[in-house]
Write a protein that binds this ligand. Structure first.
Ligand code: ATP
Ligand code: MG
Ligand code: MG
Ligand code: MG
Length: 477
């Protein structure tokens, strides 16, 4: 019998405990003392100050299973969910860390031993990349570990050089991939087809060895550090012989439960998978104190909830259903996360309320959209439609984007921006007579949302800011 996700998590922590690592509990999804970060998106987040040397801990080696959300900010996988076999909004990152203790050699040895001996993965299935200039790591892999050169690649800075920010600790990284075999589409790391689900990145080993100053100059850190991260769901898929994360034990129960609620028989239905993904993010965020709202973290949560509800509607579910998946989630993950069990009733109540509220406008909004789409002459949803859905029916722009993508349509974002600008003008004019108009939105995490280069993301940025400045009609009503 293959190990369950819970057993893999435990095996990981046991292995590193046996190698003198302190086991540190997962921190909250809401980072403490870091307004620049929307959500905890990696295991290293709770150790940031230690890596920077600002905080000392009574241990120099640690390991954790960290709950993470990547649904906004620098790491945003929301648009990948339902489209790849390996991305979630919420996932668990297994990590081991060295604070000026061991470095490349031990980090690589530990990772290799854990994968090939503890989990018994066949070495011929594992591919390794290093930063192109990192001869030291290359030698360890090729000469000491004995990885075959044909499954080894040197990669540029885009994928294999990690930095905490524009300045500060940074360094090369080395990634380990698993080859799911020729029946899955995708090419080896570094190739043009690398973005498929065949060669899946399972573990990233970051070697923090430099400090970068404001001129971009690198100087060696006196005590180099190690930060690693391995996705639990991805490694579970490998161990359980599945090519898709949504087929692992953890998701099985959730997908089944969603299918039961939907009266659906096809377990590989994409909407069921999206819902199974989203219930984890939503329930855990609520338990960590994030509530649906119109700004910052709360708005990201609201967007995820509304996407899930729309998928439920698509499956033909006719009443509030999303909250009913909290219990199946608690059954699977409550043992590892007791706070989830404690927060169950609250999560159910909030999700139910949010769904009942949105259902009223969802159906009308979808009807409006269908009508507009019938009249459509181009392959693009007009800005005016996106705005109407957003403003009157509470459709976040990415929700409309999700529908557009399913149908191979584009979004007229400049048109949407224009409609938004016009709306802002009207609000400004009207606000001259109102005292409660919120001129400056306090948008948590806004520093992360700047600098996006995709038009769609820029649109979202504007939408998010705007939403922070005015109250959604649903809130007001
Ligand atoms: P990818 O290139 O596949 O998007 P990444 O390079 O963005 O992954 P890292 O930031 O290196 O990921 O995170 C460390 C590990 O966490 C990854 O190797 C992977 O196993 C896991 N991981 C990252 N993002 C996700 C996600 N959205 N869902 C599930 N696991 C993830
Ligand atoms: Mg990624
Ligand atoms: Mg990657
Ligand atoms: Mg990576």
């Amino acid at each position: 019998r293959a190990k369950t996700s819970a057993e893999i998590r435990q095996a990981f922590l046991d292995y590193f405990r046996a190698n003198d690592h302190e086991i540190v509990p997962s921190s909250s999804l809401v980072p403490t003392n870091d307004p620049t970060l929307l959500f905890t998106n990696a295991g290293m987040v709770q150790f940031k100050e230690t890596f920077l040397g600002h905080e000392r801990r009574p241990y120099s080696r640690a390991a954790s299973a960290q709950r993470c959300v990547r649904a906004g900010g620098k790491h945003n996988d929301l648009e990948n969910v339902g489209y790849t076999a390996r991305h979630h909004t919420f996932f668990e990152m297994l990590g081991n860390f060295s604070f000026g203790d061991y470095f490349k050699r031990e980090a690589i040895q530990y990772a290799w031993e854990f994968l090939t001996e503890v989990l018994q993965l066949p070495p011929q299935r594992l591919w390794v990349t290093v930063f192109e200039e990192d001869d030291e790591a290359a030698n360890i892999w090729l000469e000491e570990i004995g990885v075959a050169p044909e499954r080894f690649a040197r990669i540029g800075a885009h994928d294999n050089f990690w930095a905490m920010g524009d300045t500060g600790p940074c360094g090369p990284c080395s990634e380990i991939f698993y080859d799911h075999g020729p029946e899955v589409a995708g090419g080896p790391p570094g190739s043009a087809q690398a973005d498929g689900d065949r060669f899946v990145e399972i573990w990233n080993l970051v070697f923090m060895q430099y400090d970068r100053d404001e001129h971009g100059r690198l100087s060696a850190l006196p005590r180099p550090c190690v930060d690693t991260g391995m996705g639990l769901e991805r490694i579970a898929a490998v161990v359980q012989g599945m090519h898709n994360n949504f087929e692992i034990d953890l998701f099985h129960h959730l997908v089944h439960s969603a299918a039961r609620v939907a009266g659906s028989a096809d377990l590989s239905n994409n909407s069921l998978r999206v819902i199974a993904d989203h219930i984890r993010a939503c329930a855990f965020l609520i338990v960590d104190g994030v509530f649906p709202g119109n700004e910052g973290r709360g708005y990201v949560l609201r967007r995820i909830i509304r996407r899930a509800i729309r998928h439920g509607y698509k499956l033909g579910i006719e009443e509030a259903f999303f909250y009913r998946l909290v219990s199946p989630l608690v059954e699977k993950m409550g043992a590892a996360y007791p706070a989830l069990e404690q927060g169950r009733a609250q999560a159910e109540r909030i999700l139910k309320q949010e769904e009942e509220r949105f259902r009223e406008t969802l159906e009308q909004g979808l009807k409006l959209l269908e009508g507009d789409l019938r009249r459509l002459e181009s392959q693009t949803i007009p800005g005016a439609t996106i705005f109407k859905l957003y403003d009157t029916y509470g459709f976040p722009v990415d929700l409309t984007g999700d529908i557009a993508r399913e149908r191979g349509l584009g979004l007229d974002m400049p048109g949407f921006e224009q409609a938004m600008a016009a709306q802002r003008e009207r609000a400004r004019a009207a606000s001259a007579f109102k005292v409660d108009y919120k001129e400056t939105g306090d948008f948590e995490g806004h520093t992360e949302f700047t600098g996006y280069d995709h038009l769609q993301d820029q649109g979202l940025v504007t939408a998010l800011y705007a939403e922070g400045r005015r109250r959604n009609h649903l809130e007001a009503g």
